[in-house]
Design a protein around this ligand. Structure first.
Ligand code: NAD
Ligand code: TDX
Length: 350
């Protein structure tokens, strides 16, 4: 029996990680700790939330006393830490929320793990989920490797870089057993419609403008979210303690090219005339400090631990569009704020 704490399990990637672990490891008890910010949605876990090995805890990683008491009470064997403020544009508007959640929140978890695990580090593991954005921005060529120097530009990426440094510092200073992975842009079901792909799917659905930042020439490296969850499972179970792994699908797209693919697929799925959705493209003022290009080299993970992305992008984007079209109620609930009632119904009014 293992007790695993997953932080941020009601969010986009966290919900896919929780689902994978709850279904694949019936012998583990999975504890999903989430504050349920605007980005946390328990509806994402409706299909597993009645399973006997799933537990939900509403709580804030910024609250150090709460975190230490939780670790004392539950005696977790491992932590998979995903809870974070995750949207770059929000970090530009309000950096302090990112400092608190991503830096202070991570240190609270590290302190609790160090304190509670101190005499028996051997079978414990603190797995920190991070992003490729810590490495900064590439020019037209080259890749991010695990030893690429950190060079973050947004308050979001600087807060994630800071949390990565702190996780390594707790390993080097106190011997805390840890692993870090840095992943490229994720897409797929359950992503909050403020990030590029679900925002544009939702806007196309409502015939609203598609705001392309700058000239749409920035490049991102896209990975299907379930492939990220599988990579986390493999690294958590097989990764040598103290190591870092990059995760990415070698799938670079210029924003404007990706948006045109999305428009084409949406036209087909909605039965619209060819070229209809592209008419919604609207070029707007660029994001401040907008990183030009991200591209991950994940050959260490592929060679050492045998992970491979399972989906080609065309297949992944079709699956994604199908999911949002089949789950329009999810999108409507998220955009209206109704999804927050699910918590009240499930956990408060019983
Ligand atoms: P998300 O915004 O969809 O979800 C974040 C979750 O964390 C939400 O459920 C939210 O309620 C919870 N949370 C936020 N602050 C909290 C706090 N103070 N206490 C407890 N819970 C809190 O994010 P995501 O896209 O699923 O990203 C998850 C993690 O993966 C983040 O650490 C992010 O940096 C990292 N990441 C994301 C991507 C991506 O493309 N989305 C890529 C690489 C890495
Ligand atoms: O309306 C938009 N118009 C636009 O042109 C939005 C929301 C985005 N963009 C551009 C900005 C980026 O170049 O599309 C690209 C993708 O933007 P986001 O979806 O906001 O993702 P990004 O900023 O690349 O960061 C994401 O990947 C790394 C996640 O949000 C992070 O959490 C993750 O760490």
């Amino acid at each position: 029996m293992k007790k695993i704490l997953v932080t941020g399990g009601a969010g986009f990637i966290g919900s896919h990680v929780v689902r994978l672990f709850v279904n694949k490891y019936p012998d583990y008890q999975i504890y999903n700790l989430d504050k349920l910010t605007y980005a946390g949605n328990l509806e994402n876990l409706r299909d597993v939330d009645q399973k006997p090995n799933y537990n939900f805890i509403k709580g804030d990683i910024i609250d150090g006393d709460f975190i230490i008491n939780l670790f004392k009470k539950e005696q977790f064997d491992g932590v998979i830490h995903l809870a974070a403020e995750s949207h770059v544009d929000r970090s530009i508007a309000n950096p302090m929320e990112f400092i608190m959640a991503n830096i202070v929140g991570t240190v609270n978890l590290l302190n609790a793990a160090k304190h509670i695990w101190k005499d028996h580090f051997k079978d414990k593991l603190f797995y920190h989920v991070s992003t490729d954005e810590v490495y900064g921005s590439l020019g037209d060529t080259g890749f991010f490797y695990e030893d690429t120097p950190y060079d973050p530009h947004s308050p979001y990426s600087a807060s994630k870089a800071s949390s990565d440094h702190l996780v390594r510092a707790y390993h080097d200073t106190y011997g805390l057993p840890m692993l870090i992975s840095n992943c490229s842009n994720n897409y797929g079901p359950n992503q909050f419609p403020e990030k590029l792909i679900p925002l544009f799917i939702n806007n196309i659905r409502h015939n609203k403008p598609l705001p392309v930042y700058g000239k749409g020439e920035n490049v991102r490296d896209w990975l299907y979210v379930e492939d990220h969850a599988v990579a986390i499972d493999i690294i958590f179970h097989k990764g040598p303690v103290g190591e870092t792994f990059n995760i990415g699908g070698h799938n670079e797209w210029k924003n404007i090219d990706l948006i045109k693919v999305l428009c084409r697929v949406m036209d087909e799925k909605l039965g619209r005339a060819k070229g209809e959705s592209e008419k919604l493209i609207t070029y707007v003022t660029d994001r401040a400090g907008h990183d030009l290009r991200y591209a991950i080299d994940s050959s260490k993970l592929q060679k050492q631990l045998g992970w491979e992305p399972s989906l080609q992008f065309e297949e992944g984007i079709e699956k994604t569009v199908d999911w949002y079209i089949e789950n329009q109620a999810w999108l409507d609930n998220v955009t209206s704020g109704n999804y927050q009632k699910y918590y009240e119904e499930m956990y408060l009014n019983r």
